[in-house]
Design a protein around this ligand. Sequence first.
Ligand SMILES: Nc1ncnc2c1ncn2[C@@H]1O[C@H](COP(=O)(O)OP(=O)(O)OP(=O)(O)O)[C@@H](O)[C@H]1O
Ligand SMILES: [Mg+2]
Length: 452
Amino acid sequence: MTNHSLDAGRTRALLDALVETTVALCSLSTRLSLTALLDRLGAFTRQMLGAEASAVMLLDPGSHYLYWETSSGGESTVRGLTLPVGQGIAGTVALTGEPCIVTDAAHDPRVAHNIDATTGFVTRSILCVPIRVRNTILGVIEALNKQSGPFTAGDQEILELIAAQAGIAIDNTRLYESLDERVRQRTEELAAANARLEQTLQNLRDTQTQLSQAEKMAALGSLVAGIAHEINTPLGAIGSNTDVFNRALRKLEATLGTPEAKNASAPLMAMLAELNENNREACQRVSGIVKNLRAFVRLDEGEWKFADLHEGIESTLTLTAHLARGRIDVVREYGELPQVECRPGPINQVVMNLLVNAFQAIEGRGTVWIRTRSDGDLVRLEVEDSGPGIMPEHLSKVFEAGFTTKRAGVGTGLGLAISQRIVEEHAGRLTIESEPGRGARFAVELPVRRRG
Ligand SMILES: Nc1ncnc2c1ncn2[C@@H]1O[C@H](COP(=O)(O)OP(=O)(O)OP(=O)(O)O)[C@@H](O)[C@H]1O
Ligand SMILES: [Mg+2]
């Protein structure tokens, strides 16, 4: 029987294989499944044509050479081998697009014998057809060493059918791959654009926070300056009145003639004197608070200057005393500090926030330690409290603007975010150490001299 016309059995097998590969083609999406499919087509080629070996060779992107995509049947490995287009049988088929049958490979000058010399395979006969898709040659498919005589025109027809299937498979995979690549590129571009947007958004948020804080401080500053002025005038009047009152009381006492009258009015006089003394002390306290308020806001001290940090801490303590009074011991462990070049207003704001946080963290009785020390060209200020500490999962968040665990109306979650910004603006560091149940320790490190 010849292969010129297919007998019923072979036709059936060929059709079955075509249906099978067509089904496989539909689910083809990766290079791995392409190799598996081409292997299957190779095995089928050998079986249908009674060939010893088969191979699928593809053209490189520049169409300069062929490389082996799969091969089967030969003992040797062809991985990594290439064949220039135009050379040997496969190279010629890839160039011309014409199928080729070689019946006596050993004596055929068109055969590239060097491949056999490299692989150790002995090629006796070859059937080679091009793999085409839409008139473009993608590579070739080869059947080698037909066991029962020479390859025929019928074998060629079968191999061309198989080559058509292989062509669609290769084409599909490449389409998927380029699609994948485009999707990957697009995803990367989108991710980059997204990152840029997030950065812009973050910058905007930061700017907004800074602006609103600056506005708040400016508004608070002028409010405080106004109130301080308003309070100072009547306070001055009350203060000098207590002196007048005191003198008047002494004179009144002197005018009382009889010892009886003196005795009778003595308790009244003592009470008036005591009330007057109370008033005088109250005046002094109010005037101290006003002085501290002005020192704290110090709009005039937005400028860089050398300042005494202890002074700032003390005035901040006076302002926050009502939060600690009667329940929190404030322990000062001050070291020797040089004058620090800073913007005193904002630095006081940092101290204020750390102290308020510490006082607010302690429920009931507790202790707050304020430590200072100088360390080379740095100064270090620590505020530690005996409160409940900070949960580990909150540690990285406390510096985020808007993060608060306090109820509405108590915290805005801006204090630490702003403090950190201020400290960074001073080329310093604001750090935190805390374990739940063991309090929290915030440390501010500032360079003694302005940097940058
Ligand atoms: N000493 C501390 N002990 C325990 N938790 C603290 C301490 N200091 C800060 N925190 C936690 O960090 C959060 C953020 O603090 P931050 O000062 O930024 O905002 P806030 O105090 O909540 O509000 P604001 O300062 O705007 O009034 C607090 O809500 C609290 O959960
Ligand atoms: Mg706070």
